[in-house]
Design a protein around this ligand. Structure first.
Ligand SMILES: N[C@@H](CCC(=O)N[C@@H](CS)C(=O)NCC(=O)O)C(=O)O
Length: 244
């Protein structure tokens, strides 16, 4: 059976998993997730109906992988192509995943607040083919955004906390790249650590590849960080050009 990947088009967690799957040439059927609307579907698909489901979720004939890191490791085990988890770097990669998880959760908290105050961004967040009815779908998009915010406890993260977490993560990335003296975080070559940290820069400036509309681009961007992180954005853009 061709595995099915439930994903959220604008989510860096989903991009992290898709990058690893594509790197390893895994053939999968992508299914765009609709928060709130698809909640029962992904809950059932997760095969753990009493656990809060998240996407990306890869459903194979025998298991449901409900974490981007687990999906990347599945791709590494079953796919082709250069390894993304070089020997001897497992702990280091896990540490980068933890750093990125904190940054992305912080970024999401800020993003959800901005999304709820932008009608234009809400309309753009309705995925195809439903976006043909973007206007009537807007109240659903608003409900879905509120649902997502509650589900992921975004109220517990203040603006200040979010900013500090993202800035600390970016500083750590800058220092590590400097130490490594190059483009890659682990072992001198492209690895899942690079992917994991590259996608966090979406909260600074989304890469055009993500295909966000103008209003969504505006709420994802952080103009201040964009100015102070030009070096990291350049690193991310070069990595995407070379490896995505
Ligand atoms: N640790 C998980 C976290 C994934 C996650 O937080 N996904 C959120 C992204 S906003 C999600 O599933 N949102 C859609 C939903 O909850 O319905 C991973 O790495 O895959």
């Amino acid at each position: 059976m061709r595995p099915v990947l439930f994903f959220l088009a604008q989510s860096p967690w989903s991009e992290k998993a898709r990058w690893a799957l594509d790197h390893h040439n895994i053939d999968y059927r992508p299914v765009a997730h609709l928060p709130l609307v698809f909640e029962p579907v992904v809950r059932l698909a997760s095969r753990r109906p009493f656990v809060k489901p998240t996407v990306p979720m890869l459903v194979t004939g025998w298991e449901s992988l409900t974490d981007s890191g687990a999906i990347a490791r599945f791709a590494e085990r079953t796919g082709r192509g250069a390894p993304l988890f070089p020997a001897g770097f497992a702990m280091e990669i896990e540490e980068w995943e933890e750093t990125a998880e904190g940054m992305m959760s912080a970024g999401r908290a800020e993003l959800m607040r901005r999304l709820l105050s932008s009608d234009a961004a809400l309309a753009e967040s309705v995925p195809a083919p439903l976006n043909r009815f973007a206007r009537p779908m807007k109240p659903v998009a608003r409900l879905a955004a509120k649902f997502l915010g509650n589900k992921h406890d975004v109220e517990k993260v203040s603006g200040k906390q979010a900013e500090a977490t993202i800035e600390a993560g970016l500083a750590k990335l800058r220092a590590a790249l400097k130490r490594a003296g190059g483009r890659h975080l682990c072992g001198g070559g492209f690895s899942f650590a690079d992917i994991t940290m590259a996608v966090t820069l979406q909260y600074v400036r989304p890469h055009p590849r993500v295909g966000l509309g103008p209003a969504l681009t505006e709420i994802w961007r952080n103009p201040e960080l964009e100015r102070s992180s030009a070096d990291l954005l350049e690193w991310r853009d070069q990595l995407v050009d070379a490896q995505r």
